[in-house]
Ligand binder design. Sequence first.
Ligand SMILES: Nc1nc2c(ncn2[C@@H]2O[C@H](COP(=O)(O)OP(=O)(O)OP(=O)(O)O)[C@@H](O)[C@H]2O)c(=O)[nH]1
Ligand SMILES: [Mg+2]
Length: 366
Amino acid sequence: MKFALVGVGGAGCRLVDRIMQVEQNSDRSFSGGNVLAYDTDKSIFETLDAVPLDRHVLVGDTHEALGSTGADGDIDQAAAVAQEDRDELHREFDKLDLHEMDAVFVAAGFGGGTGGGVGPVIVEALTAVSELPIYVLGVLPTTAEDATITVNAARSLQSFVTHGDNTLLFDNESWYDEERSLAEQYEELNELLAHRLLAVFAAGERQSADIAENRLDTSDVMRIMETGGVSTLGYAEIAVHNPTTLFQRLRALFYNGEEETTDAIRITQLVKAAANSELTLPCDRTSTERALVVLSGPPHLCSRKGFEKARQWLEQETETVVVLAGDEPRPTADDLRVAVLFSNVTTVPRIEELKESALTAIRDQS
Ligand SMILES: Nc1nc2c(ncn2[C@@H]2O[C@H](COP(=O)(O)OP(=O)(O)OP(=O)(O)O)[C@@H](O)[C@H]2O)c(=O)[nH]1
Ligand SMILES: [Mg+2]
């Protein structure tokens, strides 16, 4: 799938920058440089490595209400400024070659003033000007952060889900290490999310792609995302011995006569491990509406039988009729990777908790 990337606020810009770095260091092309980074705080732009200068968009610099460090957690102020400067913000969309894209991802930290305030305005505007699906890549805060951040996140979640076509979430609370400061872990967390996201959405965008057995189609990914609502990703990988020459392969076959069965079992186990892995947003898997499973690795080790069995298992496990599957061949790889996308999950304890904490915080303030 080809998708444009739009980052809003600190978390959004850092995430987009990380995803672009992965793209530049790989043989894949998915955004093709179609990127924008919006923030009310200009200091963020100096920290970006991959997003080029002409794609940095400073929001609200003519508004005195915003100080030199931007919205600073004030979601209402940020949203008001974005609404006022709407036309200027939209003009930047012209830099994106949307005709070449299948979708747009708008990334933001939901707890931020800028991410939570400017983000939904941008999502709404993109929906209005483009026929493409506008997906949100959102980060939920930790429970240890300020009440303002919790309230922002609960409020912006509502707006993002309303305006976006699907909202893929990452929960900092579930993933960060309490022993260390959160900011210190941003890079690792972003890396982890980028890796999972690309395992699904950039599969098939390799320039040297072989023909896959069961090729993952962009239309399949879009069909899974069509549900709207909130989505989450699971992931697992294992190292494999990948004999690449014919001689090595024949020798492996000679020493391991039951190769095919073991390959099938390995694939089934790997899909189960991915589905049961810690999700980017933990949830009850049976509450998902649709699911997608993507397998990637050396084609001769991607057992078709094992993969189909695993897909059926996932169908039962999630009590879902629509479970699509696809694979991405990487002939010289020495690992197998499986990513699972659960779309429109409705039983999500972290979201209930976030809403309750936000209500308590609002009550305490008044
Ligand atoms: N995983 C991850 N989370 C982040 C990152 N940066 C910020 N966050 C989270 O997102 C929340 C919002 O932070 P920012 O994105 O910096 O806020 P902003 O959108 O710039 O908004 P203001 O600075 O308030 O204008 C934080 O409270 C963290 O929970 C990041 O790089 N990675
Ligand atoms: Mg900021």
